[in-house]
Write a protein that binds this ligand. Structure first.
Ligand code: KIV
Ligand code: ZN
Length: 402
C-alpha cells in the first residue's frame, strides 16, 4: 500500500503520520446541497460542534459566496471551532476566494478550498474554456488563495471523467502554485472502484511534485459506489477522504463518513491506516443530522440504521448468545448505539423522556417533545416497557410527517 509523504503545509499536524487518513467532513456544504436539507446558522453551529467532537480533521462549513446566510454560518463556525480545520469553498475567481477568506480568516486553522472543472464535458459545455485556459485559471486561483492562507486545497471538478494526462498536468500545476491538498472528485458518481483507484495511483506515480500535497478523495453515490470508490482511493494512497454524515448530499449523496471510518477501523488488518474519529460518537451525530435536516436514515443503513445491529432470525440470535462474533463484526457500543437498562414506562415523565431521546442523539423542540410525550404515554399504556427502538419509531414517524 502506498503512503503519502509529508505535506509542506504548516497547518496540518496530522501529516506527520503517513498511515493516518484525514477525515474531511462536508455535511455543512455538499451535504447541505441535498434537496430539502438546508440548515440555519444555529443548526449549522450545532452540527459543527458535533463534528469537532467526533474528531474530524476538516470541517467544510459552507460556500461563503453562495449567500449572506452561508457566509455568516462559515464565519460563525470559524469563530467558534477549535481543533478541526475550518474550510470555505470558492470557485477559481478573485471574488469567491476573497469572500471565502473573509469567512474563514479568524479560524484557529483556516483552509480555502478552490475548485475548477477539468473534464472535456465541463470545459466545452459549461465553462467554454480551452485546456490551457483551465490550467492558467487554476494556477491563478491557487496562487491567490495561497497568498491569503497557508492551507489551500484544489479540486479539479469532474476529475474522474477528465483525460488522465490533462488531470496530471492540472494537478502538478496546482501543486506548483501552492496547493497543499489536491482533491480528486468523482463529481457525478460515475467511477468504479478499480477505475477510481487507478486514477489516484496514476497521479501518485506520474505527478512529479505529488509528494508536496495530500491526495484526497471526493466520491458521489449516483451508482451506489461512493464508499467503495473512496476506500479504493485510500488503498491507492489517498490520505484525506471527503464525506458526509449519513452520506447526505447532492442527488444520491456523498460517501458516508460513518461507513468509511468503520470500514477502515474494522478492517484495519487490510487497509493498515487509522483515523482520528471517536467512533462512539457516530450514532448520536448521525441522529442529530437526521433530526436537523429531516432526512430520515433508512432502517437498513450500514452502521447507523435502526436495523444495523438487530438480529431477527432464531439461528442468528442463538449464535449471538453463544458467541457475539458469530454474527457481529462491530460492537454497537463502538459506534455509540445506546445500550441501556433504563427502560421507560407509563410512570416516566417528560424529563426522563427528554434525557433519553437526547442520549439517543435526537434533538427535539419543546413542541416536538410534547407530541412525542403524548404518543409515548399512549404506547406505554399498551406496552409495559418502552425501549429505545420504540422511541426511535415514534420520533422518526414525526420526522417523516414533517
Ligand atoms: O462534487 C464535486 O465535484 C464537489 C467539488 C466542489 C469538490 O463537490
Ligand atoms: Zn461534491
Amino acid at each position: 500500500m502506498s503512503a503519502q509523504p509529508e505535506t509542506t503545509s504548516d497547518a496540518e499536524p496530522a501529516a506527520t503520520d503517513p498511515n493516518r487518513v484525514r477525515i474531511f467532513d462536508t455535511t455543512l456544504r455538499d451535504g447541505e446541497q441535498s434537496p430539502g436539507a438546508s440548515m440555519n446558522l444555529a443548526e449549522k453551529l450545532e452540527v459543527a460542534r458535533a463534528l469537532a467532537g467526533l474528531g474530524v480533521d476538516v470541517i467544510e462549513a459552507g460556500f461563503p459566496i453562495a449567500s449572506p446566510g452561508d457566509f455568516e454560518a462559515v464565519r460563525a463556525v470559524a469563530g467558534e471551532i477549535t481543533g478541526s480545520i475550518v474550510c470555505g469553498l470558492a470557485r477559481c475567481n478573485d471574488k469567491d476566494i476573497a469572500r471565502a477568506w473573509e469567512a474563514v480568516k479568524f479560524a484557529q486553522r483556516p483552509r480555502i478550498h478552490v475548485f475548477l472543472a477539468t473534464s472535456a464535458i465541463h470545459r466545452e459545455h459549461k465553462l467554454r474554456m480551452t485546456p490551457a485556459q483551465i490550467v492558467e485559471r487554476a494556477v491563478a486561483g491557487v496562487k491567490l488563495a495561497r497568498s491569503l492562507c497557508a492551507d489551500v486545497e484544489f479540486s479539479p471538478e469532474d476529475a474522474a471523467r477528465t483525460e488522465i494526462d490533462f488531470l496530471c498536468e492540472v494537478v502538478e500545476a496546482a501543486i506548483e502554485a501552492g496547493a497543499t491538498t489536491v482533491n480528486i472528485p468523482d463529481t457525478v458518481g460515475y467511477a468504479t472502484p478499480s477505475q477510481y483507484g487507478k486514477v489516484i495511483r496514476t497521479l501518485s506515480e506520474r505527478v512529479p511534485n505529488i509528494g508536496r500535497a495530500v491526495i484526497s478523495t471526493h466520491c458521489h453515490d449516483d451508482l451506489g459506489m461512493a464508499v467503495a470508490n473512496t476506500l479504493a482511493g485510500v488503498e491507492a494512497g489517498a490520505r484525506q477522504v471527503e464525506c458526509t454524515l449519513n452520506g447526505i448530499g447532492e442527488r444520491a449523496g456523498n460517501a458516508a463518513l460513518e461507513e468509511i471510518v468503520m470500514a477502515l477501523k474494522t478492517r484495519q488488518d487490510y487497509y493498515g491506516v487509522t483515523t482520528g474519529i471517536r467512533t462512539e460518537r457516530l450514532y448520536p451525530a448521525s441522529r442529530m443530522v437526521s433530526t436537523i435536516t429531516g432526512l430520515v436514515v433508512q432502517r437498513n443503513k450500514a452502521i447507523v440504521g435502526r436495523n444495523a445491529f438487530a438480529h431477527e432470525s432464531g439461528i442468528h440470535q442463538d449464535g449471538m448468545l453463544k458467541e457475539r462474533s458469530t454474527y457481529e463484526i462491530m460492537r454497537p457500543e463502538d459506534v455509540g448505539v445506546p445500550k441501556t437498562d433504563l427502560v421507560l414506562g407509563k410512570h416516566s415523565g417528560r424529563h426522563a423522556l427528554r434525557d433519553r431521546v437526547n442520549e439517543m442523539g435526537y434533538r427535539l423542540t419543546d413542541e416536538q417533545l410534547e407530541i412525542l410525550f403524548n404518543d409515548f404515554k399512549a404506547l406505554a399504556d399498551k406496552k409495559k416497557e418502552v425501549y429505545d427502538e420504540d422511541l426511535a419509531v415514534l420520533v422518526e414517524k414525526h420526522l417523516e410527517d414533517v
